[in-house]
Design a binder for this molecule. Structure first.
Ligand code: GDP
Ligand code: MG
Length: 303
């Protein structure tokens, strides 16, 4: 199976809940060649339920109505596909290419899937034949360090850690120093999602950043803000704050498989204006896929 075929299947699997709960009922409407006002409204409701966001849905409805005015048959599914692709292609992610030592920091609130994403990303890079060093920067709970070590074992990559309660900036410094000395192309740093206060959390991220820069001035090269798809559009405000404070460069959207609101990708891109680098579609080692607008839209509309 080619990579694109594999991606399509992964997205389709990840979007199953969105499909059965929201898109399947839409299939009948999307197959029509002419839609009356009641059918247009029904379609609009379903699109909003998929969490595509008011703005995108309005744009789509305007276009559908304009085409219907033409009087000839239309192709609602084709139009939806085109409009979604146009929106999703506006913020393409830069590929993850090894170049010297690249430091990647994962940030986000508790429970969104940072550690899991880090484990899957380590496996992804390792499968490409690139060495990875994982840094246990969430030193808040012993369980968090253990969880990361298990992911390291599964992915076949080393994990460096200090003791629970240790200084995340110090272990990040050690990780960057070791990777630079050995020429390891990837350093992936896990971070805590919750400290006493948001200020405290942001200060801690700042401190990690400064100690990385003592070793590698350009680090961190990527800061992945991890977001939980099941939170839907509710998490957008919090995400904006994180982007500003942590200097996020990319988004990762996890638990797409657990959400019936897979369409949330659209308002997320629209509001946060950062590329989605990866999407999580399950808890397995290979359940992290590079975001690909075409595979995503085809996976979504293949009902
Ligand atoms: N179904 C599903 N579960 C996920 C995904 N990513 C993470 N999880 C689960 O979400 C929970 C929290 O993940 P964790 O990585 O510990 O979050 P963290 O607190 O941000 O580090 C765990 O039970 C993970 O297995 C995903 O893409 N799909
Ligand atoms: Mg964690």
């Amino acid at each position: 199976m080619g990579l694109l075929g594999g991606l399509f299947d992964k997205f389709k699997q990840g979007l199953k809940r969105t499909q059965t709960l929201v898109l399947a009922p839409m299939g009948r409407l999307l197959g029509l060649r002419r839609l009356d006002e009641a059918q247009l409204e029904e379609l609009e409701d379903l699109l909003l339920q998929a969490d595509l966001g008011v703005k995108a849905v309005n744009q789509l409805m305007v276009r559908l109505r304009a085409e219907l005015k033409g009087g000839s048959d239309i192709d609602p599914k084709g139009i939806l596909r085109e409009e979604l692709l146009r929106l999703l292609r506006q913020t393409p992610a830069a590929p993850f290419v090894a170049q010297g030592t690249q430091v990647v920091l994962l940030v986000g609130v508790n429970g969104v899937g940072k550690t899991t994403t880090l484990g899957k990303l380590a496996a992804h890079l390792k499968t490409r034949g690139e060495e990875v060093l994982v840094v246990a920067g969430d030193t808040f709970r012993a369980a968090a360090i253990d969880q990361l070590e298990r992911w390291g074992e599964r992915a076949g990559v080393p994990v460096i850690r200090n003791q629970m309660g240790g200084d995340p900036a110090a272990i990040a410094f050690d990780g960057a120093t070791s990777a630079k000395a050995k020429g390891t192309p990837w350093v992936l740093i896990d971070t805590a999602g919750r400290l006493h206060t948001k200020d405290h959390l942001m200060k801690e991220l700042d401190k990690i950043r400064r100690s990385l820069q003592k070793v590698i001035p350009e680090a961190p090269h990527r800061v992945l803000l991890v977001l939980d798809a099941t939170t839907g559009q509710n998490g957008l405000q919090q995400a904006e704050a994180f982007i500003r404070a942590a200097g996020a460069t990319d988004l990762v959207l996890t638990k797409l498989d657990g959400s019936a609101k897979g369409g949330v990708v659209v308002p997320i891109l629209e509001h946060l204006k950062l590329p989605i680098a990866f999407v999580g579609v399950g808890e397995g080692l290979d359940d992290l896929v590079p975001f690909d607008p075409e595979a995503f839209v085809d996976g979504l509309l293949d009902v």
